[in-house]
Design a protein around this ligand. Structure first.
Ligand code: CMC
Length: 429
């Protein structure tokens, strides 16, 4: 017998089945042959929240949650964060290899050319209420791009796809900056393509009356590293949304908007904003023990802690902690850091967190850095969405090119009412 197989005995029928095992996985469809009777539908798996289901084969990002390993296309995240720019990493994710010097220059020029948005987008942004959440504005504006580029629906044309990808990478920081300036009532700033990706973003956010904005190089680099750390993270909630929506062959703009909507929730990318609110609520180091008791009592969660996959320290959190020191040299120390460090120290020595293997995740320290740089908490998830766009797009491309993929359509276990007959409204008790 093939030792790479699984033998299942169905005790209902005493029949035995041999299912092949490949890469530690059996195919759910192989279970369908296991039937109680000829008219039985066949066995299914029940896996709410995809706790133990691989939905695709992917060669983009490798993650080992037990060992705390994250690699893009085989390269350790630590090495990429140390040596690359965000656009270099974006090229790696999209093309599978790091660019040569000339490829990198060409790529940077290409993305830079697409930083400008249609003037009508500005009018569109103006329609938002003065206190609209920047993430809501970003999601809507990304979806609206679909109406500016109707050819984007030709998703099977590789050239069309490539163009939308560079457009999205170029325009995301611009849309994010428009939402930021709108919420502050400030005039919009056009891109300055002589600056780098994050330098230009800073220009669009913070330029005032000066003729040319000069981004602080330490802060621009810190933002670039944060963008690298957020670029992809395999099959998380928003990426799964990107694949699911994209599997219906919707265009990449509305698909990216859907992924960004998934990211906005407080259990996902919205957690960085929640961390800051939590630190505000705690207020001082003295209040930490009572807050921890509330968490342990189930009254609230320790935001920025825990992860579906990482059951060891999130490698991104370690890098972010290091960047924080560099940023604080420029901005001055964010007093929230003391609360965060003490919170981490207490949590990591507490049985509740140890038993559940809850460690700080990427969102725990990123907000503290963003706040020190001058961002308000409602911008934090927007800062996550910009770099994650490349991850969504590369996963979308991979899904479209994968001959095994079809429209995403899970099964359900129906637990509702059995068949019953309509009763006229006058006869209902
Ligand atoms: N604080 C307190 N308890 C927690 C936390 C937390 N942050 N996270 C998990 N737990 C407990 C949970 O109550 C449960 O305990 P019990 O077994 O007694 O019921 C146990 O740990 C397992 O939790 P779970 O909810 O089943 O785990 P999950 O894999 O479904 O959830 C998570 C993962 C990230 C949604 C969750 O850890 C969480 O809500 N964390 C806080 C929000 C957060 O920081 N999210 C950002 C995630 S990383 C970046 C990203 O994805 O964008």
């Amino acid at each position: 017998m093939d030792t790479h197989s699984l033998t299942i005995i169905d005790n209902r029928t005493n029949k035995s089945y041999n299912l092949p095992i490949s890469q530690g996985t059996i195919r759910a469809m192989d279970l369908r042959q296991i039937k109680e009777s000829a008219d039985d539908f066949g066995l299914m798996t029940y896996d709410p929240a995809f706790m133990n289901t691989a939905s695709c084969r992917s060669n983009i990002t490798y993650l080992d949650g037990d060992k705390g390993i994250l690699r893009y296309r085989g390269y350790p995240i630590e090495q990429l964060a140390e040596n690359c720019t965000y656009l270099e990493v974006a090229y790696l994710l999209l093309n599978g290899e790091l660019p040569t010097a000339s490829q990198l220059k060409e790529w940077v020029d290409l993305v830079t050319v697409h930083t400008m948005v249609h003037e009508n987008i500005k009018k569109f942004m103006d329609g938002f209420h003065y206190d609209a959440h920047p993430m809501g504005m970003l999601i809507s504006a990304v979806a609206a791009l679909s109406t500016f580029y109707p050819e984007s629906r030709h998703i099977h044309d590789a050239k069309v796809r490539d163009l939308q990808i560079v457009r999205l990478l170029g325009k995301m920081p611009t849309l994010a900056a428009l939402s930021y300036r709108h919420s502050l009532g400030l005039p919009y700033v056009y891109p300055d393509n002589s600056l780098g990706y994050t330098g230009n973003f800073m220009n669009m956010l913070w330029k005032m009356a000066e003729p040319k904005y000069e981004p602080n190089p330490v802060l621009a680099r810190a933002l670039d590293v944060l963008f690298i750390l957020h670029a992809d993270h395999e099959q998380n909630c928003s990426t799964n949304t990107m694949r699911a929506v994209g599997s219906s062959f919707a265009d990449p703009y509305v698909t990216t908007a859907a992924a960004a909507a998934a990211l906005s929730g407080p259990l996902h990318g919205g957690a960085n904003e929640e961390v800051l609110r939590m630190l505000d609520e705690i207020g001082s180091v003295a209040n930490i023990p009572s807050f921890i008791e509330k968490v342990k009592g189930g009254q609230c969660r320790l935001m920025g802690f825990g992860h579906r996959v990482y059951k060891n320290y999130d490698p991104r959190a370690r890098i972010i902690k290091r960047i924080a020191d560099e940023v604080f040299e420029v901005t001055g120390r964010n007093p929230k850091l003391d609360i965060a460090i003490e919170l981490e120290r207490i949590a990591l020595s507490d049985e509740y967190f140890i038993k559940r293997r809850l460690y700080p995740n990427v969102d725990f320290y990123s907000g503290i850095i963003y706040q020190a740089m001058g961002f308000t908490p409602d911008m934090f998830t927007v800062l996550f969405a910009i770099p994650r766009t490349v991850g969504w797009l590369v996963q979308w491309q991979e899904m479209l090119k994968d001959p095994e993929q079809k429209i995403g359509r899970p099964r359900q276990l129906y637990v509702g009412a059995a068949k019953r007959d309509y009763l006229d409204v006058a006869k209902r008790g």
